[in-house]
Design a protein around this ligand. Sequence first.
Ligand code: IVH
Length: 668
Amino acid sequence: MSTPQQRIQQLTQELNTHNYNYYVLSEPTISDYEFDILLKELEKLEKENPSYADPNSPTQRVGGEVTKVFQTVTHKYPMLSLGNTYNEQDLTDFDDRIRKAIGDDFEYVCELKYDGLSIGIRYENGVLVQAITRGDGTQGDDVTTNVKTIKSIPLVLKSELEIPASFEIRGEIIMPLKGFEKLNQQRIDNDEAPFANPRNCASGTLKLQDSKEVARRPLDCFLYYFMLDEQRFKTHEESIEFARQLGFKVGSYHKKVANISGVFEFIKHWENERYNLPFDIDGIVIKVNSYAQQQELGFTAKVPRWAISYKYKAQSVSTKLNEITYQVGRTGNITPVANLAPVQLAGTTVKRATLHNANEIERLDIRVGDTVFVEKGGEIIPKITAVDLTQRDAQSAPTQFPTHCPECNTLLVRREGEANHFCPNESHCPPQVIGRIIHFVSRKAMDIDGIGAETVEQFYRADLIKNYADLYDLKFEDIVKLDRMAERSAQNILDGLEQSKKQPFERVLFGLGIRLVGETVAKKLAQHFKNIDALAAATKEAMNAVPEIGDKIADSIIAFFADEENRQMIARMKERGLQFVSEYKELVRDSDALLGKSVLISGVFEGVDREDLKKMVEAHGGKNASGVTGKLDYLLAGENMGPSKLEKAEKLKVKIISLGEFMEMIGS
Ligand code: IVH
C-alpha cells in the first residue's frame, strides 16, 4: 500500500504524462474517461491531504483563480518583433545583407509564423513561475494564472534532464480553428457577438478574468525561442530540440535549409499546405541557425538582423459598396469609412473598410454602388485596393467629400499640404470632446482605474462632464445614479480619480491631448520646463531649444495655452491637486568621476533602464554621446548591440566598457 503522499506523486506524474501525450504529442494512450477517473482520484486525495496539494498539480489546470487586474510587468529582455517581407526580392535582399556581413557559410531554419499572440514564460528550478504578454515589447501583462490552464504548457519540467535554473521561453498562444469555430457557434447560439478571427479569440480568451472559463477554451501554445543567460546552444535548432525534450510543444513544422533557395521551397510548400493546418499562420519565419552568427549579426533598435518574416499575400475578394460614412476622430480628423455588403475574407466577415481621406477616395474614384476589391493584410482593418469599373453603374456620380462636420455641422478645414479634412470645433464637437477625455484617462496618460471609453461616453451623455477637468468634480451621488452603475463601481471610479492625482507631470501633460504632444515629447517638455507655468509662458524660441521640439509642435503648444478654456481647466485641475510640477530635480552632481568624458550607451542591459544609465552619466559629470566618433571616450556596451558600432569603436580605439566597469567607475 502506498501512502497518500506517494499516491499523489504517482498520480501527478501519470496525469502529467497523459496531458503531454494528448496535448503536445497528440497521441493519447488512454481514453478521456480513464483520464477523468485518475484526475478525480487525485482531486479527492489532495482535498483530504491539503498539505501535499501542489499549486502545479494537474488538478489546477481547471483554473479557479480570478484575475481582477492584470499586473503590468517589465520584460527581462525586451520582446522584439520581426521585420516583414512580402516577396522574393525582399528575401533576396535579406539574404544579401546577411552574406555581406557573415559570408556564405551559414544555414537557415524556416518556421511557421503562428498567428496568435506572443508570450514569454519564465521557469525557475523547473517550475513555471510567470507568463507575460508582449504588451509594448518593454512591458506586458502578467497572465500567469490563465496560461497555467493551457494544457500543452508544462507546469513542471521533466526532471531527468539538466534544466537551467532560470530561463524564459517565448512562443505564440493560438486558438486552433476547431475550437474557434465551436466557441463562435456557442456565442451565436447565446446571442453574443462572435469573434472576428482565431487570433482575436485567443487574445480575448487570455485576457478573461476568470481562469475557469479560460480553462474551458482550447488555447494552445507553440514555443520558438529559448532565452538563457548562459551560452548553452550552438544553434537555434539545438535550442528548439532541447525545448522539445523539456516537454514543450515546438511542433514539427520547422526545417533547416542550406540557402535561400531552400527558403523559397519552404515558402512555396506552405503557401497552399497552410490551409490544411489545424490553426492559422500568417507567414513564415526565417532564422539564421548558428547562435554565434546570430550574435554577429545582432539587432537593430526593433528587430533582429538574423531573422525575418515572410507574409503570405493577402487574400482578396470583391463586394459591393453600400455607403460611405464619415467618422470624426479625437483630434477632429475626418475618416471616410466604406460600408460594404458583408463578405467572408481570410476567416473574417468584412463589413467596413477605411478609405483614409479625400485623396484616397479620389485615387480610387470610388462611388456608392461600386463593386470593390477588398484585401486583408496583417492588419485587422481591411482595405479597398481597387474598383471593378466593369461593374459600374453608368448613372453613378463621383463621391463628394462633405463640407461640414457630420457630428456638429462645423465647416471642415483642410490645411495646406495635408491629406485629411478636420473639424476645427475642438472644444464642442462631441466625438472630439469625448475622445480627448478618453485619451486623458487612458493607460498611458492618467491611467484611471474604473473609467474606460464607455464610462466616459456615459458621463458625457448624462451631462456630468464636458471636459477632463470636470472628472475631478464628479460626486458619488451623480455617478451612482447612472444606468448599470453599481455602488462599488462608483466608488472605484472616485478612488481611481483620487489615485490619478499622483501621476507625474509628464503624464498629465501627455493627457492634456495637445496636438503633436505625444508621450515622448511630453516627457522632454516636462524635463526641460519643469512645470506647466514655465511651459505656458515659453516662447517659440525657448521651445525650439529643447531637442526634437520643432516649429510645428511649438505652435501647437502656444495655441493650446492661448485658449482661455484650456487655461481655466488647468487652473481647476491644479486646485484639485494634480501634478503640474516635474519631479525631476535640478541635477545635483553625485561626483566628478566622468567630468569632461563622453559616453555612448548601446545595447540592452539586464535590469537597468537605458534612460537611468544616461541620467547616471550626467550625474557624474559626463556627457551622453549619440554616435561613435573619434572623440568618444567610452562605449558602454550592453547585450545585442550592433556589430558595426562595435567594429567602428574598436577601429577608432574607443574604450569599450561593460556595465560592471561603468558602475565601478562611478563608484556604485
Ligand atoms: S521569433 C526576436 N518565430 O511573430 C525574434 N516569432 O512579427 C522573436 N511569431 O512577435 C520572434 N511565429 O509573436 C518567431 N516561429 C516564430 C513565430 C513568431 C509567430 C510572432 C511573434 C513575434 C511576431 C513578429
